[in-house]
Design a protein around this ligand. Structure first.
Ligand SMILES: Cc1cc2nc3c(=O)[nH]c(=O)nc-3n(C[C@H](O)[C@H](O)[C@H](O)COP(=O)(O)OP(=O)(O)OC[C@H]3O[C@@H](n4cnc5c(N)ncnc54)[C@H](O)[C@@H]3O)c2cc1C
Length: 291
């Protein structure tokens, strides 16, 4: 049995939604295909009637400033996001995340929309977007809406999008202001190319010698890309010193739900790494806020 019957190259978001709605059987959007095609080929996803290709939709490929936000089309390839100075100026964590996904071939095809819609708790792009407080623009036949990124996930591999009924058009990221910076770092198995053992993204706003505000995202540390809000609370209003770091490490270990995954790491190893990774991202962002 073929894994799909019809393949349709959409020219606009509305065209894509119509093609999805009018398919004779199950239909899904496809962008880079680096998750979906493997899932279909390896039987993790049931065959579909129609795949609707999003890559040729102009507004889903734009990367530009819009009012007070950086807009990133959901179908722009990760390779481009990792290269563009405009993205680096406002979203260093995203550049670092996209630059580490898979290898060059994967980054040439893979997209941020696919990374988010696939909804894995340690997806690198999703973790960076969480720390950057991104919003997604979601289109359905009834209209469009802006959704805070954290509301797009339901559980491992389950997004809140209506399958075949909703498309992520793009992402809006707050512009980076003076005293603000972000970073993304991850730990991989030496031979690994896919998801990391642990990843972390941190955004900070610094005022003088204190961290006035912080957003920390960690994966996998729960069923969805995890915002470590209690740890953020510990960091807020504090200077970066050994005492703050120790308190933040304790808070992170208390709130994150690290688990054992047979292919990648034990929960204990992830707990061990989390404290070190937190120290590294704090040090990195603190330095960047001085630049
Ligand atoms: C060898 C290899 C290495 C990898 N390494 C990493 C890694 O290091 N880190 C990492 O995070 N991931 C990794 N991945 C996973 C994958 O590359 C990423 O998740 C990628 O960003 C998915 O994007 P895509 O465009 O290929 O999605 P697709 O495969 O096209 O789609 C994935 C899912 O999202 C849906 N979808 C796609 N676009 C949209 C949209 N705009 N709106 C609504 N639904 C949409 C599809 O219907 C499908 O359900 C790896 C994959 C491979 C094969």
């Amino acid at each position: 049995m073929p894994i799909w019957k019809n393949y349709y190259l959409a020219r606009s978001v509305e065209d894509a939604l119509l093609a999805l709605a009018s398919a004779q059987g199950p239909a899904l959007p496809i962008a880079g295909g680096t998750d979906l095609l493997l899932d279909l080929q390896q039987g993790r996803h049931a065959p579909v009637d129609t795949l609707v290709d999003l890559n040729a939709i102009p507004e889903m490929n734009f990367i530009e400033l819009r009012a007070d936000a950086l807009y990133i089309g959901a179908a722009a390839p990760l390779r481009l996001l990792a290269e563009l100075a405009l993205v680096n100026e406002h979203a260093q964590a995203l550049v670092e995340a996209c630059g580490q996904v898979g290898g060059p071939q994967v980054r040439n095809s893979a997209t941020l929309g696919g990374n988010v819609a696939h909804a894995l708790p340690a997806a690198d792009g999703s973790i960076a977007l969480a720390a950057l407080d991104a919003q997604a623009e979601v289109a359905a036949s009834t209209g469009r809406r802006r959704v805070p990124i954290g509301e797009l996930y339901r559980g491992p591999g389950r997004s809140a999008l209506v399958p075949g009924g909703e498309i992520v058009v793009g992402f809006y990221l707050p512009l980076r202001r003076r005293g603000q910076a972000s970073t993304f770092q991850r730990v991989m198995r030496p031979q690994g190319v896919a998801l990391p053992v642990l990843n972390m993204a941190l955004w900070l706003r610094r005022e003088g010698q204190v961290m006035a505000d912080a957003r920390l995202a960690v994966g996998p540390a729960g069923p969805v890309p995890f915002r470590a809000r209690k740890t953020e609370e510990v960091l807020r209003g504090q200077p970066l010193n050994a005492e703050t770091l120790a308190q933040a490490q304790t808070a992170l270990l208390a709130e994150a739900r690290f688990r054992t995954s047979p292919q990648r790491a034990t929960a204990e190893y992830r707990q061990h790494l989390a404290g070190h990774l937190l120290a590294e991202v704090l040090e990195k962002v603190w330095q960047r806020t001085e630049e």
